[in-house]
Design a protein around this ligand. Sequence first.
Ligand code: NAD
Length: 474
Amino acid sequence: MDFKKLYIDGRWVEGVSGKFIGVENPATETVFAEVPAGTAMDVDRAAKAAKAAFTAWAHTPLSERIEKMRTMATIFKTMETALTTAIVQELGAPVGFSRTAQVQYQFERIQSYIELAATVRWVEKLPHATVYREPVGVVGCITPWNYPLGQIVQKVIPAILAGNTVVLKPSQHTPLTAFYLAEAFHRAQFPKGVFNLVTGRGGDIGDVMAEHEDLQMISFTGSTPAGVSVARLALQSMKRISMELGGKSPCILLPGCDYEKAISMCFNSIFLNSGQTCTALSRLLIPVQDKEKIEALLKKTVSSYTVGDPTREDVQLGTVSSARQFKTIRAYIEKGLRGGADLLAGEIPQKTSVGYYVQPTIFTNVTNDMTIAQEEIFGPVLCVITYRTEAEAVRIANDTRFGLSGAVWGATKEEAVRIARQIRTGNVYINDGPRDVTAPFGGFKESGLGREGGVDGILEFTEPQALFDDGTIG
Ligand code: NAD
């Protein structure tokens, strides 16, 4: 795969600047690939191609759009090994986790969108009107580095199925999977201009996309501050915006629940991907009367996690994504200690060898007003907070500016659901209930605007048009 070209108007082309951005492997600390440093002119070329392609694509029958996407998905699946390797190298995520969560689960998502597209109510009859779900237009997709392929899939697939055309800007830190997706669209012979890829830094081209006159929507996933900045620019021309932002999600253990299972689930959320997951359950709320017992279990369970070379199959945590991320996490751990919390597991990360490794870290005696309990650390750092009553657990869970995800473990499912219904987040896991790929995903409060996933995730890329037709047309 040639990573040094952009994909615009159905062709692989040179970037205007002739300059490149190095992609660093955080486990070896070496630059192993280069992608074009896109400019405003590249965004303009891509936006114009997407605009030119829009009308024909929007009028292509849904059944044909679905068929094309099926062809693309079949081709894309043959790239599984290359995609997994790319993510291990650009992110430092362990190979087993990369294969299953970062790649195979994304194939499942693509399949789910393809199947759901046929079930969407594209036309709805009202007593005196017919409502049509129209594509929004050209959608600019801006994505982060932590689930490089997942965040792209959540936007590009439903947007294109709904009849939009797309300009994608992946994170400059983990841009490689986007190239394979572009190649799959190319081989599936999508009409030129339906899908366009421009790589570059957020400050260089993300804001250009937000302001570009030919884009009608910005779908952004990333940090809350960058999201606010992009949204401000996009709203100047009243673009549609969809924002998937940060989180500080609670996991509540109610007295008498299965503590062992609950801890294992919480660890799989906060430690996998080295805590660099927007939905990571980063605050564990436990009943004060069982503090000693639960802390002993936490200590025992954490010892089963192996940190190491991400190319090894037996490793659960690879590196964190970059030197910057390593420093940020270290600063938060230092802040936690200064703020009066205690380390039950982990340490202040030290850079003793090549690679940005951080051990699974557990803070106890945390209060919810501490910085480590309020801010998104985006590292493998769990804050354990005690509560006395159910009401206090709910109050602590909701005492955050975020509202993305959460979990409640109860002795019974009914008890957990009763508490979950009081938690102000977009998703809540109940005991060991599985994740549903067709469910809406997104946040309350500062965690975002809009939803991805399922039918809601497709409708996000549509505008309703109501024809007042006395109900007899259609
Ligand atoms: P980030 O905000 O730094 O970058 C995200 C994307 O925006 C990148 O493509 C970047 O180049 C671009 N960008 C950055 N600053 C910009 C600006 N001023 N103008 C325009 N574009 C800009 O985020 P990140 O560090 O890549 O990702 C981590 C964050 O993403 C975390 O806060 C995490 O919670 C969040 N996230 C949220 C979800 C979700 O679905 N809610 C999923 C994954 C990650």
